[in-house]
Ligand binder design. Structure first.
Ligand code: ZN
Length: 299
């Protein structure tokens, strides 16, 4: 679109896309994994991108937003032109924030196919989230939790936090017991006992027991009222951002409705627990081990 690139017999097209990953190809080329506004998840070859001094090298870095001109190839399309729209230099000076942003890219790869159904919307959300992470105005872990919840919402996997997924009783501080990955929500004390029995005896709740046996993982994880509240706050903020089309406004909303500040040590612990819980849920639902955040434990 708009560019005069013409070679007889070769169809070209433009994509505005976030680079969400790269793989080496052959001696000097790179496969770039893109999430584009126009087509969602898309792979293409960046020829010569691994040659020293190649002008494609910097442009094909993950988390860069580019406007690509692609030539349709037999199996993979070829990048013929690439104009960088955003490279987020601030992000690359803060390893913690960079790690979270790379996790956003990993999420985009893992769920890219499903998210492509709403490509333009997700492209906006992802671009905003990376930019917001780069700006550094908000605790990165909290922003990460909100982004996870936004992605889960778009996938139709939003965790149920208002009532028990076992008996439908309203969730309150005194009856909350756990979060169940298979059922995707909170479970009360009674239901947890029932589920655990089923999980152990492979009888009462066969589906959960089967999954647990197959995956070798816990399906229900304990949930404290404080972590539950943290999840509700983050989910509310992520829904607000989905409605407002603007993560900045959502942040204002979250802080006005009692969001935690970075200085609050207890809040940091709750946040870490909530993040771990949602990471487990995402890994469970995707059947994939998410790797990006592992770096954080070494910082
Ligand atoms: Zn229940």
């Amino acid at each position: 679109m708009g560019r005069a690139y013409c070679q007889v017999g070769v169809a070209t097209f433009t994509l505005n896309a976030v680079n969400i990953g790269t793989f080496p190809l052959g001696e000097a080329d790179r496969i770039v994994v893109l999430f584009s506004r126009e087509r969602g998840l898309h792979r293409a070859v960046a020829k010569g991108a691994r040659k020293p001094g190649s002008k494609m090298a910097g442009k094909s870095e993950p988390l860069t937003i580019n406007r690509y001109l692609l030539a349709q190839g037999k199996s993979l399309d070829i990048v013929t032109q690439c104009e960088t729209l955003e490279s987020f230099p601030m992000l690359r000076r803060d390893l913690e924030r960079l790690t979270y942003a790379l996790y956003f890219a990993e999420l985009s790869q893992v769920f890219g196919q499903e998210l492509s159904e709403d490509a333009a919307n997700y492209f906006e959300k992802l671009s905003l989230a990376i930019g917001f992470m780069a700006d550094g105005e908000k605790a990165p872990a909290l922003q990460c939790l909100e982004f996870e919840l936004l992605v889960l919402g778009m996938l139709g996997l939003s965790p149920e936090l208002t009532f028990c997924v076992g008996c439908r009783e309203t969730a309150v501080d005194r009856n909350i017991a756990a979060f169940n990955y298979e059922l995707g929500g909170v479970v009360c004390q009674n239901c947890l006992k029932r589920l655990r029995k089923g999980e152990n005896e492979h009888g009462q709740v066969p589906m959960v027991a089967e999954v647990q046996a197959r995956e070798g993982r816990l399906v229900s994880v304990f949930l404290t009222p404080m972590v539950w509240r943290q999840l509700i706050l983050a989910k509310t903020a992520s829904q607000a951002s989905a409605d407002l089309q603007n993560l900045g406004e959502a942040e204002d909303f979250a802080s006005s409705s009692g969001g935690f500040t970075r200085e609050d040590g207890q809040a940091a612990t709750r946040l870490a627990q909530a993040l771990r819980l949602m990471l487990g849920y995402i890994e469970y639902k995707s059947g994939r081990r998410m790797r990006s955040l592992e770096v954080l434990s070494t910082l």
